[in-house]
Design a protein around this ligand. Structure first.
Ligand SMILES: *Cc1c(COP(=O)(O)O)cnc(C)c1O
Length: 357
């Protein structure tokens, strides 16, 4: 049986009726932008995370730019960001006027560490963008101990648990993407900024609406970056199920380990004290490309991520030497994972890996 890399429709199947009712509710209300559904979702999402504020925006990339600006990042500043992540993490920095400074990762966890951040800090470092990559949880407290504000890019970490709480409530501020394939996915583009800092929340609220608090006075050059009522309504139906889905993802990861996958490839390692809601289940192997081809031939969708890391992309080209990044980029391979991946599917995938490795 073919196995997709992720399954976005399976987990939603039992919720179809509720989703339709939520969409009808919005149609009946005739409010489509920044209305009661967005407000309710912001309150429910903040409460779920244990954060004081959530601000809905149009997507996870805007969320990063707006959050950085709300934190006071601007021209002349440097923002430290890993190179091994989705391109949008670094791409969100130059629009603030600041410069992206790339740091390395630990290839075993795929996350930045206090050491990799410290190695590139300068007097101009104004913030660190710590990415909770693949749902693993970056060590926020250790990075904050370096004396620099941390913005969590939690786009891949909805449903994860860190040592001091949930991603989204660990740093100075955090951002989420609700792109359809993320752990909590809308039916289109959507995102959010979360923070415990009232001033950052207020500034983000103004920036998402053209730099205005009251739609009359425009204090800043902002953005048109709002969350739709329809997306908020859809997200509200799903939020109560996020923890159950995260448990399903963790169970799938446990099945991989129990099936002996560690004998064949290097498994991802959770950071200290973390319970990741593996957004992607990414292993490492010297024969990643060969494995990818063999799995695909067997109908199993596997895919490597960020083979060309951001600091090697044409728009951001640098000559930096980031050994952990290079290693992760060269050897990584994402295997199928979802909240509903079965023991049988895992057994089939591990057997296909075993046939090659
Ligand atoms: C998906 C993602 C983003 C961007 O989110 P969009 O909603 O697609 O703009 C940013 N950072 C990371 C790590 C992501 O995975």
């Amino acid at each position: 049986m073919p196995v997709p890399l992720f399954d976005t429709s399976g987990p939603l199947e039992p919720l179809r009726g509720e989703l339709r009712a939520a969409i009808d509710r919005v149609l009946d209300s005739e409010r489509y932008i920044l209305g009661p559904e967005v407000r309710a979702f912001e309150l429910e999402f903040a409460a779920y995370l244990g954060a004081s504020h959530a601000v809905g925006v149009a997507n996870g990339t805007d969320a990063l730019t707006i959050a950085l600006r709300a934190m006071g990042v601007g021209p002349g500043d440097e923002v430290i960001v890993p190179s091994f992540t989705f391109y949008a993490s670094a791409e969100a920095i130059p629009p603030t006027g600041a410069t992206a400074v790339f740091c390395d990762i630990d290839p075993e966890t795929f996350c930045v560490t206090a050491e990799t951040v410290r190695a590139v800090m300068t007097p101009r470092t104004r913030a660190v963008m710590a990415v909770h990559l693949f749902g693993n949880v970056a060590p926020i407290a250790e990075i904050e101990a370096l004396g620099v504000p941390v913005l969590e890019d939690a786009a891949q970490a909805a449903g994860s648990l860190g040592p001091g709480g949930r991603p989204g409530a660990l740093g100075t501020a955090a951002t989420f993407s609700f792109y359809p394939s993320k752990n909590l996915g809308a039916f289109g583009d959507a995102g959010a900024i979360t923070t415990n800092d009232e001033q950052i929340a207020e500034r983000a609220r103004a920036l998402r609406f053209h730099g205005s608090r009251d739609k009359q006075t425009f204090e800043d050059i902002g953005y048109n970056s709002r969350l739709d009522e329809l997306q908020a309504a859809v997200l509200r139906v799903q939020l109560p199920h996020l923890d159950g889905w995260a448990d399903g993802r963790r169970a799938a990861a446990a099945h991989y380990a129990e099936a002996g996958l560690a004998e064949l490839v290097s498994l991802p390692i959770a950071t200290a004290g973390a319970k990741p809601a593996w957004h992607l289940y990414v292993v490492r192997s010297e024969r990643a490309d060969e494995l990818e081809q063999a799995l695909r031939a067997a109908g199993i969708e596997a895919r490597s991520y960020y083979r060309r890391p951001t600091h090697r992309q044409p728009a951001m080209l640098t000559e930096l030497d980031l050994p952990g990044t290079t290693e992760a980029a060269r050897t990584n391979l994402a295997l199928p994972i979802s909240p509903v991946l079965s023991v049988e599917q895992v057994a089939e995938i591990v057997a296909a890996v075993r046939a090659v490795a």
